[in-house]
Design a binder for this molecule. Sequence first.
Ligand SMILES: Cc1cc2nc3c(=O)[nH]c(=O)nc-3n(C[C@H](O)[C@H](O)[C@H](O)COP(=O)(O)OP(=O)(O)OC[C@H]3O[C@@H](n4cnc5c(N)ncnc54)[C@H](O)[C@@H]3O)c2cc1C
Length: 456
Amino acid sequence: MPFLTDPQPRIIIAGAGIGGLSTAIALHAAGFTDIHLFEASATLTTLGVGINVQPSAVLILRNLGLMPALQEAGVETEELNFYSRHGHPILSEPRGQRAGYEVPQFSVHRGEFQMLLLDAAKARLGADHVHLDHALVGYEQNATSITARFARRGAPEGELPSIPSMTGAVLVAADGINSTARRLLYPQEGPPRFSGRMLWRGCVEREPYLTGASMVWAGHANQKFIAYPISGRSARRGASLVNWIAELRVRDENDPDVTPPPTDWTKRVPKERFAGPFAKWACGGLLMADLIDSTESVFEFPMCDRDPVDRWTFGRLTLLGDAAHAMYPIGSNGATQAIIDAETLAARLADVAATWQQAGVVERALTAYQDTRLPPTSQIVMANRANGPDHVLQLAHERAPDGFANVYDVIPKDELESIGAAYKAIAGFEKDAVNKKALDTEHLAKRFEVSEVKAV
Ligand SMILES: Cc1cc2nc3c(=O)[nH]c(=O)nc-3n(C[C@H](O)[C@H](O)[C@H](O)COP(=O)(O)OP(=O)(O)OC[C@H]3O[C@@H](n4cnc5c(N)ncnc54)[C@H](O)[C@@H]3O)c2cc1C
């Protein structure tokens, strides 16, 4: 690892989600050692359901020595199949290495993914650098430092015991879609913006369907069903742990109210809320009603995002991941973009490692990170509002609501393929660019292979 000046800049990260953990690991790999990670939850459990990590982010994780852990936990996604609500095939796209990428696309359980990042962060930073039950509640900064203040959550109203603050050179707020830091920076912004569509999500183990590593996307913008396997362990037993998402519009498209309905990610909900409209849906070897019926626990998530802002960096404070650019979970991009943020931030801070104590240097590095990442992520937020790659579903539905015999009668082949290609360019996972970087950075992954061999 490159060596940095002594003393090292202290980097404080708020939020141990996928963004915060990846940032800590990326900073450590860049040579920083005085990194402290603060997480509001008292325990990190395997919360969440399926998540996708696109090749652009898998490459970053490969270069951080995390490929073996990802292979153990996740499924290397092979194809993405789009169907109409009648089950008619629209498009089948190879994914990951099947599509010629040097590295796979992974589908993985979000909680398991978070745990594997947490294990790596603790092992590399030191377990005493990861502080649970520390919610960021405020900060103060001056020309030379920034101080983050924390409190414990869960105490009775007005009795939140305060806990020691920490002063450092940088504060990275990776505290998710309901970011406290963002609220302090943008007090007028209010809650996330509700799309009017609700997602119900569950996971169930069953026999594999299609390739055993296939994603199924069916329906249209206001009624959609998505399914994909997410567990490497399950696959090695010859089964498939299938993550599924049923999506329905629950608020009128013309309703100006974008306040999200109150929901709790951790609370089970009854299936009657959404199962009816999917009763007859079938495609890709799946009967949607069977998947829903055989699933024990279903969770409800309002589909939300936030309007892009024009600034994430304010002196020594910057936003990262969902705190910076919460987007609809369309195009399987939230985790991927947070991981790309992490790599970019670590690189910009490493650029100034030798001069970080000079006036304005850290602030300029954080601004450089913002200037690299803010424009493309804002573009993705807006592309996802226009359905992202799922636009193929919407087009098929609008042009042939009663179905079709051959999709090319409805959407010409070129038009169909151009939608996915345009999205890949916006989201930064174009094959040639990812593959060039994979070759150029092979030496980075090798650093970890050597230390693993030595450890044995
Ligand atoms: C519980 C949970 C379940 C999820 N499940 C899914 C899923 O099934 N599928 C999917 O596609 N996406 C899911 N997501 C969203 C997905 O993880 C993110 O879109 C993406 O990974 C970007 O990660 P992030 O680190 O920016 O945000 P997040 O993953 O949301 O992480 C933010 C972290 O910050 C912590 N935090 C919040 N406020 C504070 C504070 N004030 N101080 C310190 N820490 C704070 C949170 O507890 C959380 O651990 C989930 C997120 C959460 C929090």
